[in-house]
Design a protein around this ligand. Structure first.
Ligand SMILES: *Cc1c(COP(=O)(O)O)cnc(C)c1O
Length: 391
């Protein structure tokens, strides 16, 4: 897990200053929609990085309730945490360094990605030691230039599989890869990577290895590229109701809805004269007698410091922008001279665009990043409030 586990409850904790609400039904419905768009393929819901900030175990369960038959995580520790939470759904993990505890992974009945000879050796050794067969998905680099065996490296990895498979130490259940530009569906690399994937799978077959599943599609490819669906689609972002292709469509255009809503309550409301510098550096100065509101959220909570003077929020249905710098624990709003509310009033930081709320995508656009980063950075310091999910 990327941050300490946030406390979880069904209503905001008594007196909470800020919290993150997770709509479990939205996660289930989003998975259902992704499955509907991928006939013939199973859905592997990607729940790495604490389910993109939504919380690992409850998000995983909601995804399974929506029809996900696989879960995907980057780190072994995340996969083990799923198992410790009692989630028994088939799960793939794919990112580790030499020394990783593959024995624990095999004991936890996890599927393991293998992208290099060292990993094959280490997984096989752990399986032998247990007298078991490890389930592996071999990863080919079809052009991303990141993880996966590339070129001759793939040919060598395929050759190395033969004896280990024959011996019964590993079962190659999957072959898989990842796109570089799935969010640009017309880009020539998308077609080229798909072609290379088919070719790499054929190379495996020629070596007598026939995996049950092939998987390539992330959220963007799941939504825009049916030719890349193969046997399993592997969406992450879309599971949480965010658009991986904001230029092509908002979540609702794809039948998705945002699962995360971030809310704070004003900690202080006070009158300030014209010409008052606000927050560190006085990057904002009031232009008239006005009312300032203090929002008890800062960069330690996941509000980007770059959002100073540009981050969008909503108070009482009105869109406002962060006034001046974002501090570690707080930032300020200029509520305007006629603000009649007071301390305790709710501020929506991000939520559902279709409801007129500022979105993770709005925050991303405001600071020049991607919506993935906005939700993933929401800190474990913020309590998670779960709604839906039959609770
Ligand atoms: C994160 C990740 C995904 C999911 O990507 P999204 O763009 O969030 O859908 C799929 N596969 C791999 C290998 C990943 O690292």
């Amino acid at each position: 897990m990327t941050s300490p586990a946030a406390p979880v409850s069904a209503v905001p904790p008594e007196g909470a200053a800020a919290w993150v609400t997770i709509d479990l039904d939205a996660i289930s419905d989003n998975v259902r929609e992704l499955a509907r768009r991928s006939p013939g393929a199973e859905v592997m819901a990607v729940v790495k990085a604490d389910a993109y900030g939504h919380g690992l175990a409850h998000s995983a369960r909601a995804a399974v309730a929506g029809g996900a038959s696989w879960l995907g995580v980057a780190q072994l520790s995340e996969a083990l945490e799923l198992r410790a939470a009692g989630v028994t759904t088939r799960a793939l993990t794919w990112l580790y360094a030499p020394g990783a505890d593959f024995g624990a992974a095999i004991d936890a009945d996890l599927d393991l990605s293998v992208a290099a000879p060292w990993a094959l050796d280490a997984v096989a050794a752990a399986a032998r030691e247990r007298g078991r067969t490890a389930r592996i998905h071999v990863k080919v680099d079809t052009g991303l230039g990141r993880n996966g065996a590339l070129g001759q490296g793939w040919t060598d990895l395929v050759a190395a599989l033969g004896p280990v498979v024959a011996e019964g130490a590993v079962d190659v259940v999957g072959v898989w890869s990842h796109f570089a530009l799935a969010d640009a569906p017309q880009h020539p690399t998308v077609l080229a990577q798909r072609d290379r994937f088919v070719e790499a799978a054929a190379e495996l077959e020629r070596a007598g290895i026939r995996p049950q599943v092939r998987h390539l599609a992330n959220s963007a490819a799941t939504l825009t590229n049916p030719d890349a669906h193969f046997d399993i689609v592997r969406p992450g972002l879309a599971v949480y109701g965010l658009s991986p292709v904001p230029d092509l469509g908002a979540p609702e255009d794809f039948g998705l809805r945002e699962a995360m809503r971030v809310t704070a309550r004003l900690a202080l409301v006070k009158r300030a004269p014209a010409g008052q510098g606000v927050s560190y550096g006085h990057a904002y100065t009031t232009t008239e007698d006005t009312v300032l509101g203090l929002v008890p959220l800062g960069y330690a909570d996941g509000i980007p410091r770059h959002a100073g003077s540009v981050g969008p929020v909503q108070v009482d249905g009105r869109r406002l922008t962060v006034a001046g710098r974002v501090c570690m624990d707080q930032f300020v709003l200029d509520l305007g001279p006629s603000y009649a509310g007071g301390a305790g009033d709710e501020v929506v930081i991000l939520g559902r665009g279709a409801d007129g709320e500022p979105t993770a995508q709005d925050w991303a656009a405001a600071i020049g990043t991607i919506n993935y980063e906005i939700v993933t950075r929401m800190s474990g310091r913020l309590p998670r409030v779960l709604v839906g999910g039959g609770a």
